[in-house]
Write a protein that binds this ligand. Structure first.
Ligand code: CU
Length: 503
């Protein structure tokens, strides 16, 4: 049952920019809806489902709206993790449990890496050999999955690489891929969705010679900001009660946290500002745009820079996708309030634009040499993936995940074309964000057509609409067993996952 309640009270979006009132809480009535327990929710959506059968216009996609950010808190930034002094080991990452003050004066029990909520940012350089020590300080099993990183199956941190409470593991790999914004999160069977929801997610920045010479905004926390978008439901004690909030079709919340900040705003100078957007939600899709209707440029996809900047008025990210965009605040009319908003108008992030002019960065016309070769375009389809279902009935090629079953094999270093089809159901079906571990792939076509300009770059996750067929060119640089799955984390938990063995 999806959260298909279209709550009109919550759906009303009023542009509230900073400086207005001290409200940290919503009106009583709205609160009640947001804390509706799972049972109540099931009843209300069950009714909706009956209606839905007669009403084709209803879709799986209708979800509760996000509350507008009041902009009262300056956005928090993940710290840059310091490198270890110890010989060989570059970083130590600990999965921990703790208390976090998300709401003023209230402690929320959360998970985090090297802290109580979310994690630090790990900076890697192309060409270097990296050793990361991972330590599980939780009371339950976890894994450390490096989303988007091209490493061997052993290092990938999938469901087979469980680290028991109190235990640790060191992985070692060479950073061989180009500059990009990746992330890491847990991946244990049955617990991925809950652990991510509770706060386990961190960022990885890869830098290379290209990224260092392009002249793009790159001053961390000044004109280069990561934005991790996650929606949550807090109970009446302001706790993250996953089992109460959980929805089989993807857990959606009415409360937005950006980098763990509630009601955030971002203060910027009148200059080009780079925003590294990560949809770190369990299930919610975001379509980002500026409230002023101004355009911005997208400069990078999941796995690297686009060849040239793409001018857009909006960009959609499904769970786990990233996009780097640049907003030029020196060109905006900042007499008006400026905010990043969602498709339905909810205010995600109000900006406070200072009078300072800031730094002199640029957006070069040429940023990368990504290409789709004639050879790749003409390769036969050798892997077929059919995504189907909803709730706990989701499958890939009619099957649910079995850790003991290898679904595909592929040769290391050989490019194959995967065709992924999202088979609709009688209610129309829903979007599935499809992710493959251990590789950055290329989109060859969507329903036989060229991908959009801002998808002509390295991807590790792609949104696939109902009845859409997407062809991608996939190559694994390393060996091992890798997952491919829907990144609606509850779908993944419900078995919408398979394994490819690379030999
Ligand atoms: Cu899915």
């Amino acid at each position: 049952m999806g959260i298909k309640i279209k709550n009109s009270a919550l759906a009303i979006s009023i542009l509230v920019i900073s400086g207005c009132s001290n409200t940290n809480s919503q009106p009583e009535e709205e609160m009640d809806h947001s804390t509706m327990n799972a049972e109540e929710m099931d009843h209300s959506t069950m009714d909706m489902d009956d209606d839905m059968k007669e009403n084709e216009h209803m879709s799986h996609d209708e979800v509760v709206s996000l509350n507008d950010s009041t902009g009262e808190n300056e956005l928090k930034l993940p710290s840059m993790l310091e490198r270890d002094n110890e010989e060989g080991v570059v970083y130590t990452v600990r999965a921990q449990e703790g208390k976090t003050e998300i709401f003023d004066g209230i402690e929320t029990t959360t998970y985090g890496y090297n802290g109580t909520f979310l994690g630090p940012m790990l900076r890697l350089e192309k060409g270097e050999t990296v050793k990361i020590r991972t330590i599980n300080e939780l009371q339950e099993d976890t894994t450390f999955h490096w989303h988007g990183l091209e490493v061997s199956g052993e290092e990938d941190g999938g469901p087979h690489s469980v680290i028991k409470p109190g235990e640790e593991n060191i992985i070692e790999f060479e950073v061989a891929q180009e500059a990009s914004t990746l992330w890491f999160h847990p991946h244990p069977v049955g617990k991925t969705a809950e652990q991510v929801y509770n706060g386990l997610a961190g960022l990885i920045y890869i830098e290379d010679d290209n990224s260092k010479t392009l002249g793009l905004p790159s001053d961390y926390g000044k004109n280069d900001f990561p934005l991790i978008f996650q929606d949550k439901t807090f109970d009446d004690k302001k706790q993250l009660n996953y089992s109460a909030a959980m929805n089989e079709d993807g857990t959606i919340g009415d409360t937005l946290l950006i980098n763990g900040t509630l009601n955030s705003k971002l203060t910027v100078n009148k200059e080009k500002v780079r925003l590294r957007l990560l949809n770190g939600s369990n299930a919610r899709n975001f379509t980002f745009k500026l409230n002023t209707g101004d355009s911005f440029v997208q400069i990078a996809t999941d796995g690297g820079f686009l060849n040239e900047p793409v001018t857009l008025k909006e960009v959609t990210l499904t769970p786990s996708e990233r996009a780097e965009i640049v907003v030029d605040f020196s060109q905006l009319n900042t007499a008006k309030d400026v905010a990043l908003i969602n498709e339905d108008g909810s205010v995600l992030l109000p900006f406070e634009v200072s009078d300072q002019s800031g730094m002199n960065s640029s957006i070069p016309k040429e940023m990368n040499n990504f290409s789709l070769t004639e050879k790749e375009m003409n390769l036969p389809i050798t892997k077929k993936v059919e995504l189907f279902g909803m709730m706990d009935q989701v499958t890939i090629n009619g099957k649910k995940f079995d850790p003991n079953r290898i679904d595909f094999t592929q040769e290391q270093g050989v490019t194959e074309v995967w065709e992924i089809y999202n088979k609709p159901d009688e209610m129309g079906g829903m979007n599935h964000p499809f992710h493959i571990h251990g590789t950055q792939f290329k989109i060859l076509s969507r329903d036989g057509k060229e991908p959009a300009e801002n998808e002509r770059g390295w991807k590790d996750s792609i949104s696939i609409k109902p009845d859409e067929t997407v062809k991608i060119a996939v190559q694994f640089k390393h060996k091992g067993v890798y997952m491919f799955h829907c990144h609606i984390l509850e779908h993944e938990e419900n078995g919408m996952m398979g394994q490819v063995k690379v030999e």
